[in-house]
Structure formats: C-alpha cells, structure tokens
Design a binder for this molecule. Structure first.
Ligand code: PEP
Ligand code: MG
Length: 324
C-alpha cells in the first residue's frame, strides 16, 4: 500500500469525478519542510509558530522570527503557507511570561486574547511576518477568534504595522490573505458574518470538538465524548464551509479530523477546499480522495447531517465507501 501511495507524490488531489482539493501540511518548524516535500504537500495549511517561543528563556527576537518565516516561505517555493500567529496558553505555557495560574487554562488568557493584550509580542511577530512576506505566498491566520471585535482589532494592528513598514521603505508583499481559525463554536455559528470580512477560514477541529462537546481534549475519562463525527460537529463544519463559499472565500481544516479516513469522505462531500494534516497522512488521504466521487460524497454528507449519533455516522461512511 505504501508503495502505491508513494507514486502519488507529484499527482494532483482530484476526486474520481474531477474535483480538485488541496492537501496541505501542518508544520511546527522550518525543519518539517523536508517531510512536506517528501509526502507531496501542496502547501502548508498550518504553521504552528508557538514552537519558536517554547523551550527557551525569553521571547524570540524579530530577526530570529523573520529568518524562520522566510525559510518556510522560500522552502515552499510559492506554494501557499498559512502562518498562525502565536497560540500560547491552554496546554502550551511560556514560563518566562510569568502568567498567573488559571482554573481553566483552555478557557482562559491565551492565543489572540494574550496577543491583543500584550501587543509588543504580537506586533513583533507581525513585523517579522510582513518582512518575510515577499519570499513566498504568505497567508496570516489568527487563532482562537471568538468574536468579530477580536478579528477587527487583530487585522487593524496588522495594517498599522504594514503601513509603518511601507513608510520606512521596507518591502512587503502586495496582497496577503488574512484569515481565522474557526475553533470556537460562537465563531462557527457566526461564520456568515465573519465571511464578509475574512479572506479564509481554517477549521480547527481539535479545539472545536472539545469546546462544542465540553470535553477536555486531554482528559481520558471524557474522551468518549470527544466525538469528531457527532452530527453537531458536522453541522458546524457545514455552516463554516457554506458561509465561506457564499462570499467567494475558501474554507480549510487543520485539525486532526482533516486527515481522518472516516471524516475525509464527508468533508469532501461538504465542499471543503483545503485539508491540512501531518505530512505523513497526505499520501494516504490523496489516495483515498482519488477513489471517491464528490457527487456521491455530497449525498453521504447530507445523510450524515441528519443522523443522530457519532456511531451512526461512522457506519454510514463505512457503508457508502465500502470500508467494511
Ligand atoms: C485545532 O485546534 O484544531 C488546531 C489545529 O490547533 P491546535 O491543535 O494547535 O490547538
Ligand atoms: Mg487549536
């Protein structure tokens, strides 16, 4: 099977009935690019920049960040690279920030909340990204957006930094798409409103599932409630994709679900444009999508949305795709 998959490294990701989707990779450092190439990634759908900030005693400098972002953009040779701004907090702590302990870190001071408050940290990262932007196809994505004010504020800060750089004579790419992660239910519910202002969505199912089901993604005792195929999740995913398309925007997914063999047929049927996953999952997903008919998967997805449980959806997918 692996040998069959390997033949698909340079093949496009098209369904049997000729619909193209993009299979991108999730990365944490520029070193991960080799894996992306070896596995035929069509882009980077999620660059988790937290790792630049972790395992050290102080914040990374603007220059250090610039070098990392430039390396990734150059390495991808013009293919799309979605860089997520700092998503610290939750399970990812930065001891040197000396933040107070919280009762519910996953519901607390993290990601864009911290960045909009500690603006020096945020602005430094944005400047590094803007300076690196001429070296490839950069898209900027804000994590943990829960309401429109946050997005507008973050975007305004980005625009301010861009203006300042341009006034300084620094070169910045002409058009940089700016999007958000949809990983909080309030944002999925308001996707139609967001879609008028963002350039794209990337659905972060790792968090979206935990927040929708109120089941900690790290807690074994409630892991039975962490249900990716629960129709509640599928309906939110559909809302986000439909809202994007209505405004002519694209919708991707960068949570684990994007590379999951039960989820892929449904996501294809729902019209997801970009699937971002660990590089090692790409060829398997490409092979699977090439054997699926998007029109048929559309019917499967419609059926799944009307089912009642996670298990019922799993059975329906297996049946429709002859997995059993
Ligand atoms: C997500 O929440 O789905 C996601 C991709 O982000 P992370 O796993 O880094 O929280
Ligand atoms: Mg997340």
């Amino acid at each position: 099977q692996k040998a069959e998959w390997a033949k698909l490294v340079n093949e496009p990701t098209v369904s049997k009935d000729g619909e193209h989707v993009e299979l991108a990779a999730n990365i944490g450092t520029p070193k991960d690019l080799e894996g992306v190439k070896n596995h035929g990634g069509e882009g980077v759908g999620l660059y988790r920049t937290e790792f630049l900030y972790m395992g050290r005693d102080e914040l990374p400098s603007e220059d250090e960040q610039y070098e990392a972002y430039k390396a990734v953009l150059e390495g991808m040779e013009g293919k799309p690279v979605v860089v997520r701004t700092l998503d610290i907090g939750g399970d990812k702590e930065l001891p040197y920030l000396n933040l107070p302990k919280e009762m519910n870190p996953f519901l607390g001071y993290r990601a864009i909340r911290l960045c909009l408050d500690e603006q020096d940290i945020f602005r430094t990262q944005l400047r590094a990204l803007l300076k690196a932007s001429p070296f490839g196809n950069l898209k900027i994505m804000f994590p943990m957006i829960s309401n429109l004010q946050e997005f507008r504020e973050a975007k305004a800060i980005l625009e301010e930094e861009k203006k300042a750089l341009l006034e300084n004579g620094t070169t910045v790419a002409d058009h940089i798409e700016v999007g958000i992660m949809v990983e909080i239910p309030s944002t999925a519910v308001m996707a139609d409103v967001f879609a008028k202002e963002v350039d794209f969505f990337s659905i972060g199912t790792n968090d979206l599932i935990q927040y929708t089901m109120a089941a900690d993604r790290m807690n074994e005792r409630v892991s039975y409630l962490y249900q990716p195929y629960n129709p509640a999740i599928l309906r939110l995913v559909k809302m986000v994709i439909d809202a994007a398309h209505k405004e002519g925007k694209w919708a991707g997914m960068c949570g684990e679900m994007a590379g999951d063999e039960i989820a892929v047929p449904i996501l294809l049927g729902l019209g997801l444009d970009e699937f971002s996953m660990s590089a090692t999952s790409i060829l398997k997903a490409r092979s699977q999508i090439r054997q699926l008919n998007r029109a048929e998967m559309k019917e499967l997805a419609e059926q799944a949305l009307q089912l009642d449980t996670n298990d019922a959806v799993i059975s329906a997918v297996k049946k429709a795709t002859s997995m059993e």
